[in-house]
Every structure is written in C-alpha cells, then in structure tokens.
Design a protein around this ligand. Structure first.
Ligand SMILES: Cc1cc2nc3c(=O)[nH]c(=O)nc-3n(C[C@H](O)[C@H](O)[C@H](O)COP(=O)(O)OP(=O)(O)OC[C@H]3O[C@@H](n4cnc5c(N)ncnc54)[C@H](O)[C@@H]3O)c2cc1C
Length: 384
C-alpha cells in the first residue's frame, strides 16, 4: 500500500515551519520583497530552525541524511509566508550539496560551516549572455596555470549574485566543445578580477539577482569541484532535486493565495450575498485547489523517487514545467477574486505573482523541461 503521509517527525517540523512562516515571514513579505537587499535576519532564523543543514554532512553542522523530501517540504512550508526566503533550502540542496559531495576537503571545510550557520550564501553560475537554455554552449573559459586555473567570462541572471560569498562557476577548457571540457569551480566572489552588478527584475528582487564578470580570476587547484572536464554531470544531477523543490515552493505561495481568497469570499458581499455563494466565484477556487493538490503530489513523487534511488529526471522536469504554471494561474485567480484590492500593492498577491513568475524561467523554462521529458520518452530524436 502506498503512503502519502509525512513521517511524524516531518509533520511536526512542517507544522513548526508553517507557523514560523505565518507569524514571522508573512507580515513583512511585501516590504522585504520590494528591496534589493538580502534579508540576513530571516536567513539566520532559518539556520536556527535547522533548515540550512538538511542533507548536509554532520561534521559541518548538517543532519547528515540524504533527505530531498524534507527539503522540498520545507520550501513549500516557508513559501506560504515568503516565497523568496523559501528559496534557501532549494539552493542548499542545489549548491551546498554539490559542494559537499564533489568539493575538495579544504574548500568544503571552509564554506560549508558558514553556509549551514547562515553566515554566508552561495550562488550557482551557469547562464551566460549568449544563452541559458543550451548550457552546452557556454563560453566562459578556465585556463590551467601553475597551481590552479584562471577563469574568464561573464555570467548573467544569477540568483544571489551581489550577496553570495562563493559561487559554483561553470567554465570550459579553451578549445573544448559542447558538454565536453566543462568544469565546475568554487570561486570566492571577493577574488581579484570578479565584478558583480545588480540586475533589476520584475520579481525575486530580494534574492539580489545580477551579473558576475570574471577577468582572469585565479582559483587554486583544490577549488575544482568534481572531475575536471565533467562539471555538468554534477550540475544536472542536482537540478533533478531543485526542479521539484522549486515546484513546491511555487505551490506554497499559491496555496497561501487561495487560502486568503477563501477567507475573503466568506466575508465580502455582492448582490446581498457573500461572494462564496456564487459558483462563478467558488468553482474557480475549487478548480485551483485541485490543480495545486495534483501538482504537489507530482513534486513529492519526484523527490521520493530521488530519495529511494529511482530514476526521476523526467519526474523532476515535469515538476518544474507544470507546478509553476499551476501556481501562477492560482495566484492570478486569487488576485481577481479580491477585485481592486487584489491588484493593490498593499496586498501580497501581486508580489507573489511576480516572484513566482521568475520560476517560469529560472532553472530552465517549460520548453526545456518538456524537451527533457520528450527525450526520455522518444530518445535523442526529441532533442534535435
Ligand atoms: C529569477 C531568475 C533567477 C535565475 N537564477 C539563475 C542562477 O542562479 N544561476 C544561473 O545560472 N541562471 C539563473 N537564471 C537563468 C535561467 O536559468 C535562464 O534564464 C534560463 O535557463 C533560460 O535561458 P535564457 O534566459 O538565456 O533564455 P534562452 O536560452 O535564450 O531561451 C529563450 C526562449 O527560447 C526558448 N527555447 C530555447 N531553446 C529552445 C528549444 N530547443 N526548444 C524550445 N524552446 C526553446 C526558451 O524556452 C525561452 O523561452 C535565472 C533566471 C531568472 C529569471
């Protein structure tokens, strides 16, 4: 018999985080979301709640257990209060995990305790001005020199670009082509030759999005993460985690919006009745509740398959193209249900809409996810 329940420990943790999200994150979400400033205070609260160590090695302060379902559950619960702050566990599972698994001892020992304690954040830098969907076309170069590498190139649209202390940067051996010859490096962002520039965006502003330029930046040999020339293997494997986790993050924000709309339609009256009495109002809410529930279990199924070691790349891609769309549509309906108030910047709805919209693009668009799914169904023919 299949069980769709969290363990008692997971459920207790989920309830604790949901209360934290409602009491601590929700009230000032709008103000935080409008500022291009990383909220260290909330981030350190996440560290105190144990969020930033999930799945990371115990010796550095982590839980030590491979726990993708809990990480996704945490992202969903936190997004109920602040969808931007909720990205922390996703980035932890995407970036810190990659560093922990494939980084070299001195570098891991330097960064991981700081990341788990909430004293530093890490970015992942793949996308370049010439394109992000076709990552095999990246142009940044890493030249071997005595004692290490020199990195040159430009990365664009990078979450935490202006605030991260370190970034996993993907760069290729000069002259290499396609996926071959690309390596991953842990680059301290205060290294000489690194320039950071903030990029204004329609949402996700408090995640300090921006550009990173590398001009002949030296990194020592031990800053190589994973095998030389095989950097993509590590990245792609971790995107199989981040995709369903981001799906859940979007769904958490959407659930908050639908719940708020349900409360509103019970109180607001039109034509001498509560709005809830009109099926034109209640049925869309019922439909979105259904889509959210279906999308949620798709994401958890993907994370569960990861946890037990089943193939899940196709499930991860499904969880990234559909749930963000489902979430965006649900929030849009909540906006309309609130009428003029829904459109007002005093309400969190428009902010959630803009923040969630970032995940229609970040971590790969719907088209790229469908390409992955189609390839698992049809083989290479679907990836021409
Ligand atoms: C808020 C936000 C945060 C981000 N954070 C990061 C980050 O931390 N690190 C990072 O490295 N990147 C990050 N990105 C970048 C993101 O991963 C890329 O924007 C994304 O992969 C798309 O790349 P692109 O913007 O270059 O679009 P392009 O690759 O130019 O694609 C443009 C359009 O063409 C479509 N398209 C392209 N190829 C195909 C195809 N074969 N078939 C069908 N359609 C296709 C795409 O779906 C898209 O709609 C972030 C982006 C956003 C918006």
């Amino acid at each position: 018999m299949v069980s769709f329940a969290f363990s008692p420990e997971q459920e207790d943790y989920r309830v604790q985080l949901r209360k934290f999200a409602a009491a601590e994150l929700s009230p000032h979400y709008n103000e935080r979301a409008a500022r291009a400033e990383f909220c260290w205070e909330a981030h350190r609260q996440l560290a105190d709640l144990g969020v930033l160590g999930i799945g990371l090695p115990e010796q550095y302060g982590g839980t030590g257990e491979h726990d993708p379902v809990t990480l996704g559950m945490v992202a969903e619960a936190l997004a109920y209060g602040d969808v931007n702050i909720a990205s922390a566990p996703v980035l932890s599972g995407l970036v810190a995990s990659q560093l922990a698994e494939s980084g070299q001892d001195a570098v891991v020992g330097h960064w991981l305790p700081q990341l788990i304690a909430g004293d530093a954040v890490a970015a992942i830098a793949v996308t370049e001005p010439s394109g992000g969907s076709d990552v095999s076309g990246l142009r940044a170069e890493a030249r071997r020199v005595e004692g290490g590498f020199r990195i040159s190139g430009e990365k664009i649209a990078i979450t935490l670009a202006t605030v991260a202390s370190v970034a996993l940067v993907y760069a290729r051996e000069p002259g290499s082509q396609g996926y071959q010859g690309v390596s991953c490096f842990a680059v301290p962002l205060d290294a000489p030759g690194v320039t950071r520039t903030h990029t204004p965006g329609m949402g996700a502003v408090s995640l300090c999005w921006g550009q990173l330029a590398f001009e002949d930046v030296f990194v020592p040999e031990d800053h190589l993460v994973g095998d030389y020339g095989r950097g993509f293997a590590g990245a792609m494997e971790h995107f199989d985690f981040s995709r369903p986790a981001l799906g859940l993050l979007c769904l958490g924000a959407a659930q908050a919006s639908i719940d708020e709309a349900c409360e509103w339609v019970k109180q607001r009256e039109a034509f001498d009745r509560p709005l809830a009495a009109f099926q034109g109002v209640s049925f869309p809410l019922a439909e979105h509740a259904t889509y959210l529930e279906a999308a949620r279990w798709l994401c958890y199924r993907s994370l569960w398959a990861r946890e037990v070691g089943e193939k899940h790349t196709h499930l991860a891609a499904m969880s990234k193209w559909w749930p963000p769309v489902v979430a965006k549509d649900a929030i849009e309906t909540a906006i309309v249900t609130f009428g003029n108030l829904g459109y007002s910047t005093e309400m969190p709805l428009q902010q959630r809409y803009r923040d969630v919209a970032s995940y229609l693009i970040a971590d790969g668009t719907a088209n790229i996810q469908k390409r992955i799914i189609a390839t698992t169904m049809l083989g290479k023919l679907a990836a021409q």
